[in-house]
Design a protein around this ligand. Sequence first.
Ligand SMILES: Cc1cc2nc3c(=O)[nH]c(=O)nc-3n(C[C@H](O)[C@H](O)[C@H](O)COP(=O)(O)O)c2cc1C
Length: 193
Amino acid sequence: MLYDLVRGTRSFRRFKEDEPVDIEILRKLVDLARLGGSARNVQPLKYMLINAPEVNAQIFPHLGWAGYLKDWVGPEKGERPAAYIICLLDSRLCSEAECDLGIATQNLLLGAVEKGLGGCRIASFSPALRNVLKIDDELKILLVIALGRPVETVVLDELEYGGDIKYWRDGDRVHHVPKRSLQEVVVREIVDM
Ligand SMILES: Cc1cc2nc3c(=O)[nH]c(=O)nc-3n(C[C@H](O)[C@H](O)[C@H](O)COP(=O)(O)O)c2cc1C
């Protein structure tokens, strides 16, 4: 069911690091990404696929994890991502693609969850990452997607009106994500009488 897949497509930040993600799976995920809508159909997004542990280890220190969890610096060894997809903007084609990026990465993450994997979008990365990955000058890193088989449980909580939107972890390390209610986000219904 689409509803269950969407509900299950959460941001996962702890993985089975020693369970590799095959390059063919990464290609299939990008195949889903590239089929998404694109403003003016320019399709300026490009991707770099990585599942090599030695390169994963070079990428990891450049990423910022879960800013609201002040006492957690990110996944420990053994729970780090097994693969990454780097989302790039080809600046020869256009200068921004935030909507395209949202659509593409949601397609990609839905596909990952359908395959028993999970991931997290990471916009908090250091500029030095482009040197680590030897990114060509015309390509700009927009987002890093960390991927792997999740080892954490993520649950959605219904947010009360005016409540705190910050995600949090309970004593069992279950990650809670408050979501605004349907009633709160629908500002108005104009109904056919
Ligand atoms: C554009 C974007 C950038 C994000 N950047 C980061 C990030 O740098 N680090 C991180 O840990 N999570 C990041 N996230 C994940 C969000 O924290 C997450 O989507 C939010 O907490 C809601 O959880 P959910 O994805 O499970 O609904 C990002 C999400 C989006 C959509």
